[in-house]
Design a protein around this ligand. Structure first.
Ligand code: ADP
Ligand code: MG
Ligand code: MG
Length: 888
């Protein structure tokens, strides 16, 4: 053990570490070494490895050799700096900084000016001829050591400091003279004595040992443990400790300290961005003690230092080939770099920087594509609150569907539709939404609900529509009788303006300016690059020509799921649909269906036209019929009113209402999700599917006659047994062939199925004998695999996730071990009997990056997602292909 290397020196030509040694030296230590290797001025120091941390925490003692290596390194620092640690005449002072592999909140804060005591402070004052500086450094050290190493609440020190400033009429720390600082030092030492029962340790060696111990021990403090758990950081990584010679930004008007980004982290603009403070140390800049100066002014105040800084930051960016977040200190005009790391940035900045750096020849397209997080792209596509505007968030709910919206408050779906028809912009505010609200949701600019979670009806539908939506905003109370809602003592009336921000969950009273981005500029460029690398198709889920057009603009290459049930809603249709459902015999039903046929045909023509020859998968009717009927309660109320007024009413009115009620009652199901729906409807009422197929094929024929080639993909939902598909398909093929023959046309079409039940996945080899394509309906497949009802899961899923029973909400992120395994089995079995089977997934997962990547790796031909998620899927698919390439 004794000759094992535990300590790595940095700071001059003897630097032993480098950037690639982050595991051993931590991020901060490795980058300090790398800067030194680049010839950048870094105060010399040494890094005690993460290995030591692990061994120390395991054994409670340092492995042999560590302490000797530390002593050797200190001697070296003394030689280089020509100062001595603990020396009264010319003391060397140190900073002690934690630094794990990744930067981690919860780790110990830095201690500066270590090595000061009642004697060395005097030496420092004499040596620099600056007593104020010496005592300023000492009082800072006592506070940091007291707070960080001895665990004394820092307010105890700060309140004394404030009181002192008040006493002498100073507003800024810098106005404190040496005398006052000396007094503070005495008080701080007594605070330490009172709180620990011991005197402040005067011996610099003891100070250093205590500080190093404290850094290592901080690896196991509660905050660090929690952070590691949340971010999947292994406990055995450990943290490194960096011990570094001090440089002083607090020596007067020619000294200072600052932080900067090599490009604007908010916008990504190629412009040096940062702040500094004259006569300051450490975290003064970020702590808000004084208002820092914008970095540009440094050019005037210290032109030499600025010129050096400029050269260094460009060197760093060229070297690391990414935007850097840097810390620097200027000591009497001389610049030192104290840290560099990859800078955090907004989505917009990530995008702009990635594209700019490719254009500058700094990185290649693959690197650029890997640097933008697909999930961040959501922020870039929806209207958002103008960052320049000022506003107050009065309440916050769950950010269910991104984008911001401004509109007048309405409380019912009908009212929303009315207002929209006269071009009023509205926000639909509901306790929660249900399928009948769809029209109103569509008409509104945004949706706000009091109840419901991230997978509630409002959330799912809004995401599908790409509508801004905030759900579960429990702070508001709706009063339907007065058509108002109240929030924090404010009453908002119907017709008042509000703004909702679906990206953050924020609710704002009044209008806020919005800005609407699109797929243009850098975003367009990056997505084009994504298309060059991606191998998997990206389609969209779209039920209307409008959605189809939006999705095309976002780059969708077809529709993976066109749900037909929405075509059954709408004022002109619902009466006909109800006629069909309430029909007592087949004849009456067929008559109603005949009225629906031309409407459906027009829908399909519109969608086919928007997709310009790209494939369109149309799912035949899926939900249980009762969803199209009025609610039982409503009917019962109506009946009560009619009966009370019976003498004035024609008898037939009451009779017919009673009949409707009977029919509604007969359709009530205990568990509609597992009930009479999907292909079970199509098999028991074949006329419905026949009408739909007729409409689809007629529409395709009509376009074909216009010269637009369409290969409709007819999808039969909820198959669990191959015989269901066989039975349903036989009739449908007959209908299709008849239409084609009648139009004397040659039209290709496919009949396939949705795989959304475990049995279907497990018998996919049999099903593939009948199906020409599969689309995994991962929403229902998740419900049926877990046995969770999506509409009810809100009661326990959030708890499951927060309690780590489940890693993520399986309705948002595909459960790869369970549901994903079924998809894998389905693909393998399906292709075993039909090798050219075309396979995709639709559902929320089709636009979720990790699920998209998973889908690519198990051999999907395409994913399909809501229009606004198409760009996310394009990028995620490209990343999946690049990652695979890199791994092989
Ligand atoms: P964090 O990880 O919180 O950024 P750091 O160790 O980087 O902690 O630093 C805390 C502050 O102390 C920063 O402003 C940094 O620049 C400053 N600092 C750290 N080491 C030194 C040093 N040797 N001389 C002067 N200032 C230092
Ligand atoms: Mg900090
Ligand atoms: Mg730092």
């Amino acid at each position: 053990m004794a000759d094992r290397k535990f300590v790595y020196f940095f700071g001059n030509e003897d630097t032993e570490g480098k950037n690639s040694m982050k595991d051993l030296l931590g991020g901060k230590g490795a980058n300090l070494a790398e800067m030194a290797n680049l010839g950048i001025p870094v105060p010399p120091g040494f890094t005690i490895t993460t290995e030591v941390c692990v061994l120390y925490l395991e054994k409670g003692a340092y492995p042999d050799g560590v302490l000797d290596q530390i002593n050797d390194a200190i001697e070296k620092l003394e030689r280089i700096n020509n100062k001595k640690f603990g020396d009264v005449e010319n003391p060397l002072l140190l900073s002690v900084r934690s630094g794990a592999r990744v930067s981690m909140p919860g780790m110990m804060d830095t201690v500066l000016n270590l090595g000061l005591n009642d004697d060395t402070v005097e030496g420092l004052a004499r040596k620099t001829g600056n007593e104020r500086f010496a005592y300023d450094s000492y009082r800072r050290f006592l506070t940091m050591f007291g707070d960080v190493v001895l665990d004394i609440d820092h307010h105890k020190f700060e309140s004394v400091l404030s009181a002192k400033k008040k006493e002498i009429g100073a507003t800024l720390d810098t106005e404190l003279k040496a005398e006052s600082l000396k007094e503070l030092v005495e008080i701080f030492k007594s605070i330490i004595r009172e709180n620990t029962g011991n005197n402040f340790p005067q011996d610099p060696r003891e100070q250093l040992q205590m500080a190093i111990d404290a850094v290592f021990n901080s690896w196991n403090n509660q905050r660090a443990i929690t952070y590691r758990k949340l971010n999947d950081i292994p406990t055995d990584w450990g943290t490194a400790v960096n011990v570094q010679s001090m440089v002083y930004g607090n020596m007067g008007e020619t000294s200072g300290t600052g932080v900067a980004f090599t490009r604007d982290p908010g916008t990504g603009e190629k412009e040096f961005f940062g702040e500094y403070l004259i006569n300051a140390q450490g975290e003064d800049v970020v702590a808000g003690i004084r208002t820092p100066q914008p970095i540009a002014t440094l050019k005037q105040t210290m032109p030499d230092a600025y010129a050096q800084l400029e050269e260094i930051y460009q060197k760093l960016e060229d070297h690391f080939k990414d935007m850097q977040d840097i810390e620097f200190t200027i000591e009497e005009g001389k610049l030192y770099m104290l840290q560099t790391r990859t800078g955090k940035r907004t989505a917009a900045a990530a995008l702009n920087i990635a594209v700019d750096m490719v254009n500058e020849g700094l990185i290649d397209k693959e690197t650029a594509l890997m640097r933008v997080k697909p999930e961040q792209m959501d922020q870039l596509l929806h209207p958002m609150i103008d960052p320049e505007s000022e506003y107050e968030i009065i309440a916050t709910g769950l950010p269910a569907s991104p984008g911001a919206a401004v509109g007048k408050v309405v409380f019912t779906a009908e009212h929303a539709e009315e207002m929209a028809s006269i071009d009023e912009k509205v926000i639909l505010v509901r306790a929660e939404t249900s399928p009948e609200d769809i029209g109103g949701m569509d008409a509104a600019q945004g949706i706000l609900t009091v109840r419901g979670g991230m997978t509630s009806h409002a959330a799912v539908v809004a995401r599908g529509m790409g509508k801004p939506c905030v759900v579960g905003c429990g702070a508001i109370t709706i009063d339907m009788t007065s058509s108002t809602f109240t929030v924090c003592d404010v009453t908002v009336k119907e017709g008042d303006y509000i703004t909702v921000d679906g990206a953050t969950g924020g609710l704002i009273i009044g209008k806020v300016d919005l800005i609407t981005p699109g797929v243009t500029g850098e975003l367009e460029t990056l997505l084009k690059w994504a298309d060059e690398f991606r191998e998997m198709g990206v389609r969209t889920n779209a039920d209307t020509p409008h959605d189809a057009l939006v999705a095309r603009e976002f780059g969708a290459e077809g529709i993976g799921l066109c749900r037909t049930e929405h075509m059954f809603f709408g004022d002109d249709r619902i009466p006909v649909v109800r006629e069909m459902i309430l029909a007592e015999d087949e004849d009456v039903r067929k008559k109603a269906l005949k009225k629906l046929l031309p409407m459906q045909r027009e829908d399909f023509i519109g969608i086919f036209r928007a997709m310009e020859g790209y494939p369109v998968t149309i799912r035949l009717l899926d939900p249980p019929l009762h969803e199209f009927l009025p609610k039982h309660e409503e009917l019962a109320n109506k009946l009560k009113i009619l009966e009370e007024d019976a003498s004035n009413r024609p008898k037939v009115e009451i009779e017919s209402l009673k009949k409707v009620m009977e029919r509604v009652e007969s359709l009530i199901e205990i568990n509609p999700m597992l009930g009479h729906r999907g292909c079970r409807l199509g098999i028991t009422y074949p006329e419905i599917y026949e009408m739909q197929v007729q409409a689809i094929i007629e529409a395709a024929c009509e376009l074909k006659l216009e010269g637009i080639d369409i290969v409709p993909e007819i999808m039969i939902p909820l198959i669990c047994h191959v015989n269901e598909l066989r039975s349903a398909k036989k009739d449908l093929v007959e209908v299709a062939e008849a239409v084609i023959a009648k139009n004397c046309i040659d039209l290709d079409y496919l009949v396939g199925t949705m795989i959304e039940l475990p049995r279907a996945a497990l018998t996919a080899d049999q099903i593939a004998q009948e199906a020409e394509f599969f689309s995994f309906g991962t929403n229902d497949l998740t419900q049926t695999t877990f046995g969770f009802s999506r509409d009810d899961a809100g009661k326990f899923l959030p708890f499951y996730v927060s309690d780590s029973i489940l890693e993520a909400d399986p309705f948002a992120v595909l459960d790869q071990d369970g549901v994903g395994e079924l998809v894998k089995i389905g693909i393998e079995k399906g292709r075993s009997t039909r090798p050219d089977l075309k396979i995709g997934i639709c559902g929320e997962h089709g636009g979720e990056p990790s699920s998209v990547k998973f889908g690519y790796n198990i051999g999907l031909n395409y994913v399909s997602c809501s229009p606004f998620r198409v760009p996310i899927a394009r990028l995620a698919a490209a990343q999946a292909a690049i990652e695979k390439q890199d791994n092989s």
